[in-house]
Design a binder for this molecule. Structure first.
Ligand SMILES: Nc1nc2c(c(=O)[nH]1)N[C@H]1C(S)=C(S)[C@@H](COP(=O)(O)O)O[C@H]1N2
Ligand SMILES: [Mo]
Length: 161
């Protein structure tokens, strides 16, 4: 048996969750040109710590890249430049199982909203397991985790107005 298979099998038998396999993230701005980020690209971006509120009053401390940094890469305005028609722009976050959630672009901006929105790649100090990761949206301040899309693979900006 190969050493990696042995290690993986060992982890499963020991009940340790397996980290989700590395996966690319596709960002698309209003101009429609997709930009692909690898796991290494995402790991290299600045991270912030946020609290994820799960059902039953459970919480996790997660670390991730502020969504605003990812959106800036595909041309989204931030801060005082986020005004006018852009206040109706929508961010659609898609997952590999077909789940989608929407946020207002304005919600993601630190000048608009105190609570943070990040694309988390670790919670409670560990990489996210398959079924959750490698990336999970964390919308700080949401009381229910319904918008906390697991297995995120796409982030798309859309103009609603
Ligand atoms: N990709 C994906 N993310 C998802 C869902 C889903 O069906 N698919 N369900 C959401 C809902 S409704 C809830 S309540 C939480 C549950 O998160 P948990 O399984 O970590 O407790 O995940 C959210 N994220
Ligand atoms: Mo839910």
């Amino acid at each position: 048996m190969g050493r990696w298979i042995e290690l993986a099998l060992g982890a499963v038998l020991a009940g340790a969750p397996m980290a989700a396999a590395a996966q690319n993230l596709v960002l698309t701005g209003l101009a429609g040109e997709p930009q692909t980020l690898t796991a290494a690209d995402i790991a290299a971006l600045p991270h912030e710590t946020v609290t994820l509120s799960l059902d039953g009053g459970r919480t996790q401390s997660c670390s991730g890249v502020p969504l605003t940094l990812l959106l800036q890469r595909v041309g989204a305005p931030t801060g005082k430049a986020l005004k006018g028609v852009e206040l109706a722009d929508v961010v659609v976050v898609g997952a590999t199982d077909g789940y989608h959630v929407a946020l207002a672009l304005a919600e993601t901006d630190a000048l608009v909203r105190t609570e943070k929105i990040v694309l988390a790649d670790a919670c409670d100090g560990a990489a996210l397991p398959s079924g959750q990761g490698p990336y999970r949206l964390v919308v700080e301040g949401d009381k229910r985790p319904a918008r906390s899309a697991r297995m995120v693979s796409t982030i798309t900006l859309r103009r609603a107005q």
